[in-house]
Design a protein around this ligand. Structure first.
Ligand SMILES: [Zn+2]
Length: 391
């Protein structure tokens, strides 16, 4: 509540939580000793003694984040409130394999820390996004189609030197987490649909990311479009990705004489009002809408955010998509449904990774674990700080 600005004094916390004042006082003392909140002046007096105002200490530690794409990556050091302290973007081909790629990321993390005037002692968590399916509990990519050599490789051990927990997720989930935190914090149920070379969906349900039992939730790219006959790289026929993915559209347009290589080129052609490309993207929007209409009936989201390279085509993609979703979904499910393009720029994956990492570090269970260690060591001089993670 202090982080979100919902309460900043003992009195407000008592009123908002219903906890006993003594509990709130004890909890605040602990958070202050862990360096996570600090007193910051007093609130205007309402009669009695003026109450202390508390603020979240976003500088109590930093997180290292990386968003790895097919051919390039973004890296950053952020504070615990997603404030970027240092960042860079560079070419890095994911198909070079886990050894070369993760060694490069580790080296650049060190350089970014130095640029921010910090050392690895300050690092409390590491968050990484990769362009493929991830078994979240173990941080291993599982049969990632565009990541040869990565299948089943645990990513965490590459970053052992930093002595901090490592969280790995697929890129679409990070986009969903980032968009939700930055643009729609008050909407509990959100779908982020990434339409790039492939098509995927990140699901925020009840305010939390929904990964499913194995981490495969949201893989809408391989849902069948009715009547479609295109063969998909997964071996099935008529998958949404084979019909409406940026890669599929680009190759269809090439066969019709339009010079496009990938999803970005297709979007650029639409923005330049190339008629064949525009018609193809509108059709793609309708096919995506058909699949999304089913997810709307099933999941009843309040926001659907459309991002990815093909979304750069703008209104032509959204028009076809909206048309079908509103026509094919139940009236109750669409009454308050918002369908919008992503509000954020290319840095969204980094924001999502920072949210993933900081939420893990600041999770109640982790604070409780630190608290238990803290009380066990209470009389010792060695009081654990948040920047020295419990193992
Ligand atoms: Zn498929």
């Amino acid at each position: 509540m202090i982080r979100r600005g919902e309460a900043s004094s003992r009195g407000e916390l008592v009123a908002r939580t219903g906890l006993a004042r003594s509990t709130v006082v004890q909890r605040l003392d602990l958070l202050a000793e862990l360096g996570l909140v600090r007193e910051d002046g007093t609130l205007p007096s309402t009669g009695g003694r003026p109450g202390a105002r508390f603020r979240f200490a976003a500088d109590a530690g930093v997180v290292l984040v990386a968003d790895l794409g097919a051919t390039h990556c973004r890296l950053a050091v952020t504070d615990l409130a997603r404030g970027v302290l240092a960042h860079e973007e560079r070419e890095l081909a994911i198909d070079a394999g886990p050894g070369p790629v993760l060694t490069a990321v580790r080296t650049r993390f060190g350089a970014l820390l130095r640029r921010a005037g910090l050392d690895s002692q300050a690092v409390v968590a590491i968050g990484l996004g990769v362009p493929g399916p991830v078994e979240f509990a173990t941080g291993r990519p599982i049969k990632p189609p565009i990541m040869p050599g990565w299948d089943g490789v645990p990513i965490g051990p590459f970053f052992e030197d930093f002595g901090a927990p490592v969280l790995v997720d697929n890129d679409v989930n990070l986009l969903a987490i980032g968009e939700h935190a930055e643009a729609w914090p008050d909407r509990a149920d959100l779908l982020f649909i990434k339409v790039g070379t492939g098509i995927g969906c990140g699901i925020v349900a009840g305010g939390r990311l929904h990964r499913g039992a194995q981490g495969a939730a949201g893989d809408i790219g391989h849902i069948r479009v009715a009547g479609a006959t295109e063969r998909c790289r997964c071996g099935n026929v008529g998958c949404l990705e084979a019909v409406a993915g940026g890669g599929a559209i680009a190759s269809r347009l090439r066969s019709q004489g339009v010079a496009v290589e990938d999803a970005r080129d297709v979007a650029a052609a639409v923005r330049a009002a190339e008629p064949t490309a525009t018609a193809a993207v509108r059709d793609a929007g309708r096919s995506i809408g058909e699949v999304l209409a089913g997810t709307v009936n099933f999941f009843n989201p309040s926001v659907m955010v459309i991002g990815g390279d093909l979304a750069l085509a703008g209104d032509d993609l959204l028009a076809g998509l909206r048309e079908v979703v509103y026509r094919r979904s139940l009236a109750l499910a669409t009454r308050e449904l918002t369908i919008v393009p992503s509000r954020l720029d290319d840095g969204l994956g980094i924001i999502g990774a920072a949210v993933l990492a900081t939420e893990a570090v600041l999770a109640p269970e982790r604070i409780d674990a630190l608290a238990a260690r803290h009380s066990a060591l209470h009389d010792a001089a060695d009081v654990p700080a948040i920047a020295e993670p419990a193992r």
